[in-house]
Design a binder for this molecule. Structure first.
Ligand SMILES: Nc1ncnc2c1ncn2[C@@H]1O[C@H](COP(=O)(O)OP(=O)(O)OP(=O)(O)O)[C@@H](O)[C@H]1O
Ligand SMILES: O=P(O)(O)OC[C@H]1O[C@](O)(CO)[C@@H](O)[C@@H]1O
Ligand SMILES: [Mg+2]
Length: 473
């Protein structure tokens, strides 16, 4: 096997096209680090486990569908407890946890399980909660986290640590880490947060500090690539059903009733797509990845008229990032950004509701009754459901095992069902989006029976431009 790469990339090439995109280890820049036996082997709960520790050579394959002669492809290091650890646990570890970006169901569960994992599996009791996101490192007080403090936080929505956008000052953050003697940093957040985690890791490495940096991916939008799905996503999709049900009940109770539901999804339509497929009451799902138009043959107005004539009512689900080009045409574009530099979107749900009402009022041939439901924050401010709780537990424990073993500069997450350590650069190189030329979007179209709103030429263009998504869908 041959190694290649620089500070960022640790790539190992093997036989038959096998590629390991490995994560950094503290020993990459701190030679001769002493190691210690993993204390987990004395843990009563784990004594029944046949194979305590993950084999050092275990990797997780990114490509699950293979052909007889195809190369073995990209792999990631398998997550889990290691035989040797690089911290003299429990005394040496001083950990901290921070949550950044928007809320997401399960944040408190991940915090709880990092604290309980560190404490119960590795005997760590020095764990600080950073208050209010990245800027909390240098401008706020910290909170001492113990299993007792976090005991029932998973039953609450939000994050007990608070969160924020903006305020990432790398050198101030690393100064604070250094000054406080912190040597494990757990960073929970979305795409922006993981980019922030990558630069924190780089700065720590430049300074030669024995500090492990572990990212736990959080995004309600499911826009983080490589991993199967982000935590809280299922809970959000489930909660979205309540809004869709309400829209459906309202719409079918009145002549020519239309229920419009806006769901989150700034740049991608995963929530809208899964909520639509989960519901079966949705007649039209509009997402940022699939352009649509209103007027004329094959447009949205024509489809609404047809569906109302057929069924007497209809439900439209629209992701917040859908149709932004149309909004920009008809409204003056604001071009505003939030504190993290994310584009602030105009309310497409409200806009489309007005457009539909105006259109049918102008036509005079069909009186419609439109109800607009906007549950956007309700679907992310709730506690996570049971399966997300289990998922959060695995993420937290995998992150803890990795950091204690000396891995750093990684985001943890499931790849084809197996948890893996994924290098930051892989997580940060692109955003996950619905690929409308994949089967999952076709399933939506065939479930709603809506038009694709794409001409043959546009479809061909999409097929050329967008590679098939190997993970989601
Ligand atoms: N390129 C970057 N480099 C350093 N820090 C960044 C970068 N992008 C974003 N951040 C920081 O990460 C934090 C969170 O970013 P952001 O507000 O975009 O949310 P997010 O993590 O993407 O979560 P979500 O989009 O799911 O709400 C902010 O404090 C922001 O300053
Ligand atoms: O209003 P906030 O807190 O900035 O969050 C809104 C954004 O957060 C997200 O949930 C995640 O990025 C987006 O879908 C949404 O645009
Ligand atoms: Mg983001």
């Amino acid at each position: 096997m041959g190694h290649s790469g620089n500070l960022q990339l640790k790539v190992v090439n093997g036989d038959a096209g096998y590629v390991l995109e490995d994560v950094p280890h503290l020993t990459d820049y701190i030679p001769d680090l002493p190691t210690y036996p993993n204390p987990l082997q004395f843990n009563a709960a784990y004594s029944v486990v046949k194979q305590y520790f993950v084999n050092v050579d275990d990797t997780v394959s990114q490509k699950i569908v293979v052909h007889k002669d195809s190369p073995r492809g990209t792999h990631f290091r398998r997550a889990g407890p290691r035989q040797k650890v690089v911290y003299f646990v429990s005394d040496e570890v001083h950990a901290c946890i921070v949550t950044c970006g928007g809320l997401c169901p399960g944040l408190n569960t991940v915090i709880r399980e990092i604290v309980c994992g560190l404490y119960h599996m590795y005997g760590v009791s020095k764990i600080l909660g950073i208050d209010g996101g990245y800027r909390g490192f240098y401008s706020k007080n910290t909170i001492n986290l113990t299993p007792k403090v976090v005991n029932d936080i998973h039953k609450r929505g939000g994050t007990i640590l608070g969160t924020s956008r903006g305020g990432h000052d790398t050198s101030k953050i690393v100064d604070s880490i250094q000054d406080r003697g912190i040597n494990q940093v757990y960073i929970i957040g979305g795409d922006g947060t993981q980019k922030g985690a990558a630069v924190i890791y780089e700065e720590i490495r430049q300074r030669g500090l024995k500090v492990a940096v572990a990212g736990i991916p959080k995004t309600i939008d499911n826009d983080i690539p490589v991993i199967d799905k982000s935590f809280g996503f299922d809970t959000a999709v489930e909660e979205a059903q309540r809004a869709i049900n309400a829209a459906h009940v309202e719409a079918e109770s009145i002549e020519n009733g239309i229920g419009v539901v806006k769901l989150m999804g700034r740049y991608c339509g995963f929530i809208a797509m899964y909520a639509t497929l989960g519901s079966r009451d949705v007649d039209c799902c509009l997402i940022p990845e699939s352009p649509f138009y209103l007027e004329g043959e094959g447009g949205l107005y024509e489809f609404i008229e047809k569906r109302l004539k057929e069924n007497g009512h209809m439900v439209i689900v629209i992701a917040e990032g859908a149709g932004q080009d149309l909004l920009a045409e008809s409204l003056q574009s604001m071009n505003q950004q939030d504190a993290s530099g994310n584009k602030l979107l105009q309310d497409v749900g409200l806009w489309i509701s007005h457009k539909i009402k105006d259109h049918f009022a102008r036509l005079h041939k069909m009186a419609i009754n439109l109800k607009y439901i906007d549950p956007t924050y309700m679907i992310r401010a709730i506690p996570s459901n049971a399966s997300d709780n289990v998922y959060c537990t695995l993420l937290a424990q995998s992150a803890v095992h990795g950091a204690v073993a000396g891995y750093t500069g990684f985001t943890v997450g499931p790849v084809n069902g197996r948890h893996a350590y994924i290098p930051f650069n892989r997580i940060n190189e692109r955003q996950n989006q619905v690929v409308i030329t994949d089967r999952m979007w076709a399933r939506v179209l065939s479930s709603t029976n809506q038009p694709s709103f794409l001409s043959a030429n546009e479809l061909a263009k999409f097929k050329r431009e967008k590679p098939s998504c190997p993970v989601v869908g």
